[in-house]
Design a protein. Structure first.
Length: 277
C-alpha cells in the first residue's frame, strides 16, 4: 500500500492511535495528491491548516514511485487510481474530498470521473484534462536524465548535491524541490523517486486518460489556476465541462505553476471556502 500521512487538529497523527477515526460521519476527509517529483510532505503546512478545522481530517499520500514508496515497474494514472481505491477501502471511507496539483490533479479528475459516488468535492490545481505537448514531456525527461546522471557516490552532503545540480539547473527553488527526494540511508544517498519508471511513463503522464467509463459527473468541482502558467487556459474550460457539469474556476493572477507556494494565503482562502460551503 502507498505511503500516507494523516493530520487532525492541525497536527500529524498516527492512524493506529485512533482506529475509529473515520467512523465519525460528521468529519470530512480531504485527500491531497502532489505533483510530479513531489511527495505528501510538500503539503504539510496546508494539511495542518486544513485539519485545524475540527470537522476535517487531511490525508496526504505519496503517489506511486514517489515519496519512498516501494518501486514499481509499471506506472500510469489508472494504476494510481487502483492504489488510491485500496487506500480508501483500507480506511473504510465512504465519501471524501480530493485536492490534486498538476499530475495529482489529473489523478483526482480521473478518480472522480470513474468513482463519483465516493467523491464529495474536488479541487483541481493548475492542470487541465488534456494531452500536453511533447515539450512538456521533454522538459521533465531532461530533469530525470540530470538526476539519473548524478553520481550519488560522490555526494558528501546536500549542499554538495545542490552545487552539482546547479551545473545543469539554474533555478535554486527547483533544485531544492528535487533534493527533497534525496535521502541518506545507511551512509549512502539515494533517490526516493523511481526515476526509470517515471521516465518510461512520461508519455502517459503528459496525457489525460481516455476510457469508456470516464463520463461527465455532477460532483462539485473547483479549478484554481495560475495567471502566469500555460497549464490552464480559458479555451480549455469547455473541456473541463465535458467531465464536470458543476465546475467553477478561480485565477490567481500573479502566480505560476507552483501557485500554492507563491500565493499561499489566497490559495488557502479560496480552497477552504470551497470546501466549507
Amino acid at each position: 500500500m502507498i505511503n500516507f500521512q494523516i493530520y487532525k487538529g492541525g497536527k500529524l497523527i498516527k492512524f493506529e492511535d485512533d482506529k475509529k477515526l473515520f467512523e465519525n460521519e460528521t468529519f470530512q476527509t480531504l485527500f491531497i495528491f502532489h505533483g510530479l517529483f513531489g511527495r505528501g510532505k510538500n503539503w504539510q503546512s496546508y494539511s495542518k491548516r486544513f485539519s485545524s478545522n475540527e470537522n476535517q481530517i487531511v490525508i496526504t499520500v505519496d503517489l506511486r514511485n514517489h515519496g519512498g514508496n516501494q518501486f514499481k515497474r509499471d506506472f500510469s494514472y489508472f494504476l494510481m487510481v487502483q492504489d488510491f481505491m485500496k487506500l480508501l477501502n483500507y480506511f473504510g471511507i465512504k465519501k471524501a474530498n480530493l485536492l490534486g496539483h498538476s499530475m495529482g490533479g489529473k489523478l483526482a479528475m480521473l478518480i472522480t470521473s470513474l468513482y463519483p459516488k465516493y467523491i464529495n468535492k474536488i479541487i483541481i490545481v493548475d492542470i487541465s484534462p488534456i494531452d500536453y505537448s511533447i515539450e512538456y514531456q521533454n522538459d521533465n525527461q531532461n530533469i530525470i536524465d540530470i538526476l539519473l546522471n548524478l553520481d550519488l557516490s560522490l555526494i558528501k552532503n546536500r549542499n554538495h548535491a545542490d552545487n552539482l545540480l546547479s551545473k545543469h539547473i539554474d533555478q535554486k527553488f527547483l533544485r531544492l524541490f528535487l533534493l527533497q527526494n534525496l535521502e541518506l540511508i545507511q551512509g549512502k544517498y539515494r533517490w526516493t523517486l523511481n526515476l526509470i519508471a517515471i521516465k518510461n511513463a512520461m508519455k502517459d503522464l503528459r496525457s489525460f486518460p481516455r476510457n469508456d467509463k470516464v463520463n461527465q459527473v455532477d460532483v462539485n468541482a473547483l479549478c484554481i489556476y495560475a495567471g502566469k502558467s500555460d497549464y490552464v487556459k480559458e479555451k480549455f474550460f469547455p473541456i473541463f465541462k465535458n467531465y464536470f457539469s458543476n465546475i467553477s474556476f478561480y485565477k490567481i493572477k500573479n502566480a505560476s505553476h507552483l501557485l500554492h507556494i507563491e500565493s499561499p494565503d489566497e490559495f488557502y482562502q479560496v480552497s477552504s471556502n470551497f470546501l466549507a460551503n
